[in-house]
Design a protein around this ligand. Sequence first.
Ligand code: NAG
Length: 510
Amino acid sequence: MTGPQANYFIVTAALLILLAGESAAWRRRRRTCSAVNCQWGPWTSWSSCTTQCGSLGTRTRTRPYSPAASCGGAPCSGSNFETEECNRFCPNGTPSGAGCDCSGTGFTGTCCDIAADVDECALGTDTCHDQATCANTPGSYTCDCNSGYTGNGNSCTDEDECALGTDTCDENAICNNTPGDYTCTCGDGFNGDGYTCTDDDECTLGTHDCHEAATCSNTPGGFACACDPGYNGDGNTCTDDDECALGTDTCDDDATCVNAAGSYTCDCNPGYRGDGNTCDDINECDEGTDTCDDDATCTNTPGSYTCECSNGFNGDGNTCTDIDECAEGTDTCHEQATCTNTPGGYSCACDHPYTGDGYSCSASCSDLYPGLRPARNFGKFRNQCFWSPSHRTRKLNYTKARQECGSHGGAGALAMIKDVETQNFLRNHLKRTSGKTQKSFWIGLDDLNDEHDFKWNDGTLLGGYDKFRSNAPHKIRDCVVLWRTRKVARWEIKNCGSTFPYICQLDGGS
Ligand SMILES: *[C@@H]1O[C@H](CO)[C@@H](O)[C@H](O)[C@H]1NC(C)=O
């Protein structure tokens, strides 16, 4: 039923209901008939609006009698139904006539209740963020942040995958965040697309900058340079270690260290033999490589040797010449021996009449002075030979006796008695050679040149010692004798022309 047809139906029905009620009340009133006034019951609900949407519809409501008038009661006044304009809300548009104006709502239909699929995304009317993807939906759209962005779609912010660790870069790559994405770049020393990076072997590639005296070793993402043994430095610059100066060499103490590039050499010093680390002294003397003279003694020393001329030779050891000890007077031959030079030495032979080994020679006074006899009348005192004559020896005057003593060599003179020891010696000597015979013997003392200035035969003046018998003055008697008895021995001044036995004094040799 359309709107107007329904209204007519409702009115008709209501009239039929009123007629039926009047009839019943009239019948009851005929029977009992007490008057009942008509009263209205409550309104029904409004009917539906005659239009579904828009503003030009009507709606009605009714009310029943409750009760209806009977038995002459008063009827109800007024209508039992009402009609009013109505309109329906346009949820997706604005009421317009009998319908809704849907323009711009995305809906269609009279009531704008049919969603019209407007592609906001295509129209660009969406509110999605620049970095969101707009997806049209029936009546609407959705916004989803693009990969690499996060947010609700209307607002999207870049995800820092690098910071979040959600990137897939190689561990040896550098992650670089970009709007909505990231890039991977292999780090220095690595090669690849950023997602897979392989280590560059700079050492093999020759792209390292190690010093030529350094060893390159590959490391992840780089290389290391280490100066070779014997060099010092950071690997990029290596300087040769002077092991010799540093004292880090292993050269023997007796070797010479010579620095070399990256190393050093050890050379055994002259006089040593070995590999430089160990040097042994060469014994030149044993090996015969010395330059010593044949007449020198070679003595090995650390690293060398010395040559020392043997005894009796002179020189620097390399050249030795025989020393003529005899000529130089360095021999130890006895003075009464003859020195004879020999290679490296000399020999000594006692001169006649001396006997001995040449270094010590001796001769008896009688051997020395064979012209004075008897031989047994010699006596030796302080290396002086004293000789006294026998009773057969001719007596001589002073001058002649002195000449006789001096005629046998040996610095012969008459005996010079300069001290008591000599005096005592001669006393005993005469006691042995002349027995108990009392005699006077010339001794070498006179004042022939200056009266009263006695001088010994050797020219020395009479000293503090004398044995004069008396101090009696003398005029002619200018020569002195030793006068002896068994008990005493004194000096007496005699006439030099007188003849007496005499005592000679001669060198005793040595
Ligand atoms: C000593 O004797 C020699 C000869 O025997 C004689 O010629 C000389 O004149 C004498 N002298 C004195 C001083 O008598």
